[in-house]
Design a protein around this ligand. Sequence first.
Ligand SMILES: [Zn+2]
Length: 325
Amino acid sequence: MKNIFIHIRSSLKILFLLITSAIIILAIFKFVYKPMYSVTFNGEFIGYVQDKDNLEYKINEYMKTGEGANVAYVDIPVLPEYEMCLLKKDKTTNDDEIYNTVKSTGTTYYKYYALTVSDEEKVYVDSKEKAEEIIQKLKDKNSTNKSKLAYVEKCETEMKEFTDVDTAVTKLYVKPVVRVAAATTGSVGAYGGTNSSAGVSIGMALTRPTSGVITSRFGVRSSGMHTGLDIANSLGTNICAAADGTVKFTGWYGGYGNLVIVTHGNGIDTYYGHCQSILVTAGQPVTQGQVIAKMGSTGNSSGSHLHLEVRVNGVAQNPQTYVYN
Ligand SMILES: [Zn+2]
């Protein structure tokens, strides 16, 4: 029995010594070494990192937000690989350098919005709200292209130049052409209408001489003063007298081409230019609404239309003061 006890005691002693020395070795080891990660990127060793979690977090954040405005995401095709190792404490780590190396391989995708007209990209804005605001404003202004307007979200590696809301609205706005009804539509009084500007009273009501689309209004053009109102329709469309009166002139008159002038008394004349054919003769009385000519493109004209003038004592007035207003 005694021998056995001695044997156990000496075994414990040895065990104690072993454990103690192991602790001492570990303590020395821990004092000199520390765990780190060696980083391999695209099959190449690029350094050691102390704080792997922090580096991975930074890379993830960069992929999500990138740098600067309007980044959708950053695509980093290959991520670094980490391998744990024990290195001497004075071994330098290069976390920042590794981060920058990984970052430099990223492709940034930008998110923005393109406003389209008939699916063609016209202007770019940085937010969906702005795109919607532009479309709403154009609809409010009754822009003719309103049904063709849309926006699409873009996600591209190339950034576009953005346009502000008001500039985009101005750029995309297309003024509606005024579709006027048939010639029988009644006119308003001598004054009135939104287009009247300091109009001279003619003390009589004019009716619309024809139907069509207003293509040019009275006023200064780059080519000079436009003394009348242009209403376009197909060749041969009826042109009617705007009021009762007497035909004062028919025939070719320079840029007017085939012209009919009807006088209504009190110095008021109406002119009907570019006619294809004339159905009345000078001196003939006409009644309001009577067909006096057919629409054409004679004289200085680039397409079938009526050039309508209202003159008071020879001075051209804005026809829209009296009609088509
Ligand atoms: Zn004209």
